[in-house]
Design a protein around this ligand. Structure first.
Ligand SMILES: Nc1nc2c(c(=O)[nH]1)N[C@H]1C(S)=C(S)[C@@H](COP(=O)(O)OP(=O)(O)OC[C@H]3O[C@@H](n4cnc5c(=O)[nH]c(N)nc54)[C@H](O)[C@@H]3O)O[C@H]1N2
Ligand SMILES: Nc1nc2c(c(=O)[nH]1)N[C@H]1C(S)=C(S)[C@@H](COP(=O)(O)OP(=O)(O)OC[C@H]3O[C@@H](n4cnc5c(=O)[nH]c(N)nc54)[C@H](O)[C@@H]3O)O[C@H]1N2
Ligand SMILES: [Mo]
Length: 801
């Protein structure tokens, strides 16, 4: 394969298929230049680490180094296909500037040290704070990119060992709303649908989800249906003309921040046209009467005014959704990182509940994950929940967990909901948290309002530990930097968006002295001498498989039941969907097929929240509302954004992704094919806005909000007039290939975004902010011809339909 082909066509060749047929296999492969397939000595099984799709693949090894990857044809998820980040991204592992030794700050500078010194400094500081200020002075901020075993160990260490409530993942920025929306509607986290629903659906609706660029293989599956017999109708809700929008039957491009109004209008139409399943509603749900009342006034005409979407198109979308027999919905960041996130995402669940469309082929709802292992962060309680989707407010759940861990239940903090990340940052800011241990995330680029974050993380009174594979922008602020081994260099399991668990095996040795995250956490626990109620080591394990065996026990009986899964089985069979138990040894394709939910008051993961204020419901309120544990139809009223465009800041700012880069680019920025495809930050604007301002494509413009400014090259795209889009990938770093800006303008979108979050899920509003634009420098003739020749990032191509 020529590398270039999959840069210009990220989805590869079509393999059309008809409804109900098996999606054909197509095995994608990329080997480094000059490597012949016959020279590959071992193929080591794993899955993608660049998104949540869980595409199964093998790593090619020759002479102890990675030389390429190949998709696994037999796996249920991708049937062999890989996207561009997976084909090329592994090269980041071999980057010459990987961290290979611990670093410690001495006289203001990070200098090399050995493991024993670094770990004893960290353990001593932790102990000192525990003795003087207590567990509330210790915080952990982890990721959605480690392995299940690592999250489980970290959670046990933090919640069961140290006894702090301050542990969260960057899943807070990513899938907190997915988790919360599932809890609000079904009583518990857990993805109801399956990717195989794409094979059966007659309507596919994508809400704020640019699947074409962010889960390229899932989009290939949809494209193959669109090219086959009896294609599904496609509905896209996105203010930009993404590749999804260009392929859609109906593209609704709402004003940013108005998703809830749009959803309420769709539900209004379903109800007034009686396109609802009364029997299902009656038998399996509570709350329908309230929804009916809430959406009564939300006519398409009213929504048309607020969202600025034609009423006729809203009606047509509702007609398609209301008459479809197998409707599949997916939801992602356009809903989750926006205003009233949980409230809007819950309305997608409501569509499925009122239409009785759950648990049957083609009738899935996918409240998507983003990161490859975000599902495991949530399952293992390394985010704002307790392991096994246990309810912190239910004493018997806490006691059960305490029995499994063999610790005193009173030691596991459950006086309030686990502290969410934005609150952790606040505690660091006000000095109550004095030690923050960051693993596998780069908050100095990925959190909102970066000027504030930089100052919070650089405080002298804070001890900042950063465990990473590169000297990221955040690591540069640390007091101690720990070099981690990563995907391909360590073994563990992880679970994708549709509950498919894969085993990822070690293929090569890590560079230098880098160690697997699990080994580092276990070392830390040993040095803190954390012990269980019998005085034995709390985390006695040596290998990931030992941790996995413990996790099986912890998850048994809970919705995310892994008790029937083992390493050997994953090795044999590839991906398996949980729950997988003695009774369901092949795993479970869809949840809730029998209309029974995990929402009983004694079983549910939380008691729900008021979607407008975020206030948690009391257990007694929940019990009265939902004694039998049915699905909950929750209604919510649309409220306008806090920071709408105004005279001084006339544009609505949204941010997001390009197909070629992953997040803060620590990996993809070091991969030649990907970095060359999207080398620098740009800003997308509608042609009419560009004309009115008197600018041209290629001009350098400054985007400004009250919080900061960014300079970016102007590109015209099919975005809503009045809205501008910045990819958020472009922080800066000092290493090889580094791009530290010379002027005063930043390049990271988060210089501009607000410190605000959804009241229910606490997910930050990355897709909001009022912005002003000004010209910095008009494009020269050379700039213009360069930009004309450059491959426009996929999302920014005009009229590429
Ligand atoms: N190439 C690539 N793939 C990735 C990642 C990556 O960094 N790069 N990251 C992975 C991760 S962690 C995640 S979370 C996912 C994210 O995957 P997506 O959610 O698909 O990606 P985004 O670009 O963040 O946002 C999706 C869309 O939301 C739209 N949007 C913005 N504001 C609004 C709004 O108010 N309403 C609506 N309806 N839409 C709006 C944007 O125009 C954008 O096209 O991708 C995963 N896959
Ligand atoms: N403006 C704006 N901001 C956003 C978003 C947006 O759409 N717009 N999206 C948000 C979302 S959905 C997400 S998920 C976040 C992502 O934000 P981050 O998590 O900050 O982004 P990454 O670049 O993935 O950071 C992961 C870090 O872990 C390191 N790493 C990789 N593998 C390993 C490993 O095996 N072990 C260890 N210890 N470290 C490792 C990487 O080098 C990198 O520094 O950004 C959020 N921020
Ligand atoms: Mo994410």
């Amino acid at each position: 394969m020529k590398a270039h082909d999959r840069i210009t066509n990220p989805w590869g060749a079509r393999t059309p298929y008809a409804p109900g047929q098996r999606w054909p296999e197509r095995v994608d492969m990329y080997l480094a230049d000059g490597v012949d397939e016959r020279e590959v000595q071992r193929w080591v099984p794993t899955a993608s680490i660049f998104h949540s799709n869980g595409d199964a693949m093998d790593i090619a090894v020759r002479d102890g180094t990675m030389v390429g990857v190949r998709g696994r044809g037999g796996d249920r998820v991708n049937h062999g296909r890989l996207g561009p980040k997976d084909l090329f991204g592994w090269q980041a592992n071999r980057s010459p500037d990987r961290l290979t030794t611990p670093l410690i700050r001495r006289r203001g500078r990070l200098v090399e040290t050995d493991w024993d010194t670094a770990m004893s400094v960290i353990a001593a500081r932790t102990q000192e704070l525990l003795d003087t200020r207590g567990p509330g002075s210790i915080g952990f901020y982890t990721t959605g990119q480690l392995f299940l075993e690592e999250y489980y160990a970290l959670t046990m260490l933090a919640r069961g060992g140290i006894g702090t409530n301050h542990l969260d993942g960057n899943t807070r920025l990513c899938t907190a709303t997915a988790g919360e929306a599932l809890k609000e509607s079904f009583g518990c986290d857990g993805q109801p649908g399956s990717y195989a629903d794409v094979d059966h659906a007659d309507v596919i609706a994508l809400y704020g989800h640019n699947v074409a660029e962010t889960q390229t293989v899932l989009w290939s599956r949809m494209l193959d249906r669109l090219e086959g017999a009896d294609p599904p109708a496609l509905i896209c809700v996105d203010p930009r003309s993404t590749p999804v929008a260009q392929a859609a039957t109906i593209h609704l491009a709402p004003r940013p921040g108005t998703n809830l109004m749009l959803m309420n209008a769709l539900l209004h139409e379903l109800i007034v046209n009686d396109r609802v399943d009364h029997e299902y509603i009656e038998a399996h749900t509570v709350g329908f009467a309230e929804l009916r009342k809430q959406v009564a006034e939300c006519t398409p005409e009213r929504a048309a005014q607020i969202c600025d979407v034609p009423a006729a198109e809203l009606r047509e979308a509702a007609r398609l959704i209301g008459t479809g027999e197998r409707v599949l919905s997916t939801v992602l960041q356009g809903f989750y990182q926006a205003h009233q996130a949980t409230a809007a995402a819950v309305q997608v669940n409501n569509i499925h509940l009122v239409r009785g469309m759950l648990g049957r082929p083609g009738c899935g709802v996918l409240q998507m994950n983003g990161q490859p292992t975000a599902e495991n962060t949530r399952e293992c309680g390394a985010n704002g929940d307790l392991p096994g989707f246990r309810n912190w407010a239910n004493d018997s759940h806490v006691e059960e967990l305490a029995r499994i861990w063999n610790v005193d239940a009173a030691h596991i903090p459950h006086y309030s909901a686990p502290t969410h990340l934005m609150q952790i940052m606040r505690f660091v800011e006000d000095g109550s948290i004095r030690f923050l241990y960051v693993s596998g995330t780069n908050p100095a680029v990925s959190l909102p309002e970066l000027a504030r974050i930089r100052s919070v993380l650089s405080q002298r009174r804070l001890s900042l530990v950063v465990q990473d594979i590169f000297l990221s922008e955040t690591a540069q602020l640390a007091d101690v930097v720990l070099p981690a081994a990563t995907w391909g260099e360590k073994t563990g399991t992880f679970t994708n968006s549709d509950r498919t668990v894969h085993l990822s095996e070690k293929a090569v040795d890590p560079p230098g002295a880098a160690r697997p995250d699990l080994d580092i956490f276990l070392d830390y626990a040993r040095r803190l001498d954390l012990r269980n109620a019998d005085g034995a080591p709390l985390l006695p394990w040596r290998t990931p498989e030992e941790v996995f065996e413990q996790w099986k026990r912890c998850s048994a009986g809970r919705p995310c039941d892994y008790s029937g899964i083992g390493y050997a089985m994953l090795r044999d069979r590839g991906g398996i969907q949980w729950p997988c138990t003695e009774d369901s040894p092949d795993g479970t394709e869809r949840l809730y097929s029998d209309g029974r939910f995990r929402a009983r008051p004694d079983d549910c993961e939380n008691y729900g929240r008021d979607l407008i204020t975020g206030a948690p419901l009391e257990p007694t309120e929940y019990r009265a509302m939902n004694p039998e544990g049915r699905a909950i139809i929750k209604a919510a009223q649309y409220l306008p954004l806090h920071e709408p465009p105004c005279e001084q800041y006339p544009y609505a700012l949204i941010t997001g992704r390009t197909v070629y880069h992953f997040h803060t680019r620590t990996k993809t920025g070091r991969v030649p094919q990907l970095q060359e495809a999207a080398p620098e930050v740009w800003v997308e604007m509608a042609a009419a806005d560009v004309r009115r301002e008197g600018w041209t494509e290629g001009d350098l413009v400054r985007v400004r909000t009250v919080r900061g400014h960014v300079a970016a090259r102007l590109r015209i795209s099919g975005i809503r007039p009045g809205v501008v889009f910045l990819p958020f990938h472009y922080g800066y770093w000092d290493g090889p290939g580094g791009n530290r800006p010379k002027g005063t303008d930043g390049t990271a979108a988060n210089e501009l975004t607000p410190t605000e979050w959804d009241p229910a899920s606490k997910q930050p509003l990355f897709k909001s902010g009022a912005a002003a634009l000004e010209l910095v420098r008009a494009a020269t003739r050379a700039d213009k011809s360069a930009i004309a020749e450059e491959r426009a990032p996929v999302g920014a191509r005009r009229g590429a339909s």
